[in-house]
Write a protein that binds this ligand. Structure first.
Ligand code: AMP
Ligand code: FES
Ligand code: ZN
Ligand code: ZN
Length: 306
């Protein structure tokens, strides 16, 4: 016997263990959207001009779709940017999906090429600097999104970080004594700091899982890139992520609890002041002692290797 939707009593299509609730398609979609709304309202987000970074994967495709639907209630004006990272077919497919879907749902968008900012593609950069692909790629994406948002007067950048990403980041930090990683980053809202040209951040899916994002895409017929990035295969973070499978069997709310516990601890512990400076080369914020940001350092390393 299938369980019944807790809202309308029809046969359900999904069971959400942490909510101990089954939903039909329609009521899962409203549960999902309410969760985004509640997360942002609770974090006191009051709207504005929001640039949404969309990779074409399930998380950010679900994000742009939900934010578009909720734009009235959230009082936001949204714009999408997709960065073509030059990662072979993976980037071609991702770009196509974003272009087609943004035109279909009528969201303003721009596709930019990583080469125009970095001079090379991500695979070329990784080969030259011999560092883990995801860390190189992360530095580049953050810098480009911040620059585009700054140049176009956006107040916030929205990203598709989900509970699997955030809880795994914290788990890894706990297992490796990275106290500084526990103390900063991954807030639902990070206010802008325009003196240092830092655009604010919102992470509306912090309390939603990859599975929920995928279901939201499927139930709304939203296409998304199914392949994983070929450069990220075998990344350590993915191995840590798999540890959750067993933990969640034992306690379905463990990821949410771990994340909330750390967020609450942070509020009790006075934060160390970070020394921000303006990068000597690009003028955007950096905490680096030598006053050159991670993105500009990467560019310098790439130039040396030519
Ligand atoms: P990741 O570093 O791949 O976990 O991505 C984090 C977030 O950055 C995603 O949820 C997206 O919002 C955004 N993002 C990732 N890749 C891209 C891309 N190619 N273009 C624009 N935004 C992206
Ligand atoms: Fe960044 Fe694969 S998308 S390394
Ligand atoms: Zn229902
Ligand atoms: Zn710089």
């Amino acid at each position: 016997m299938p369980r019944k939707c807790i809202v309308c009593g029809k046969d359900s299509v999904v069971f959400i263990p942490y909510a101990r609730a089954a939903f039909c398609r329609e009521h899962f979609i409203s549960f999902y959207e309410r969760r985004i709304l509640k997360t942002l309202k609770k974090a006191k987000f009051d709207g504005g001009r929001v640039l949404v970074g969309v990779s074409g994967g399930k998380d950010s495709m679900a994000l742009i779709y939900a934010l578009n639907r909720l734009s009235g209630e959230l009082n936001i004006d949204i714009f999408t940017v997709h960065i073509d990272l030059g990662i072979y077919d993976y980037s071609k497919v991702s770009r196509e999906i974003v272009e087609n879907e943004m035109s279909r749902i009528g969201v303003k968008y721009e596709i930019v090429n990583v080469r125009d900012y970095l001079g090379v593609t991500i695979p070329e950069a990784v080969k030259k600097v011999r560092r883990p692909a995801c860390s190189v790629c992360g530095i580049v994406k953050r810098w480009i999104l911040n620059k585009i948002a700054y140049d176009n007067s956006y107040e916030y950048i929205a990203t598709g970080h989900n509970i699997d990403d955030v809880s795994t980041y914290f788990l890894k930090a706990l297992f490796t004594q990275r106290v500084e990683d526990l103390m900063r980053g991954h807030d639902i809202i990070t206010p802008p700091n325009l003196e240092y040209r830092m655009i604010g951040r919102i992470r509306p899916q912090v309390y939603l899982s990859e599975r929920e994002n995928q279901l939201y895409c499927i139930f709304n017929d939203i296409p998304f890139v199914k392949d994983v990035c070929p450069l990220a295969r075998g990344a350590l973070l993915h191995k840590y992520k798999r540890l959750w499978e067993d933990i969640l069997q034992l306690n379905p709310i463990a990821q949410i609890n771990l994340t909330k516990t750390i967020m609450k601890l942070r509020e009790k512990i006075p934060q160390e002041k970070v020394d921000l400076q303006k990068c000597k080369i690009c003028g955007f914020a950096t905490t680096s002692k030598d006053g050159i940001c991670a993105f500009c350092k990467l560019k310098l390393r790439i130039a040396e290797e030519r």
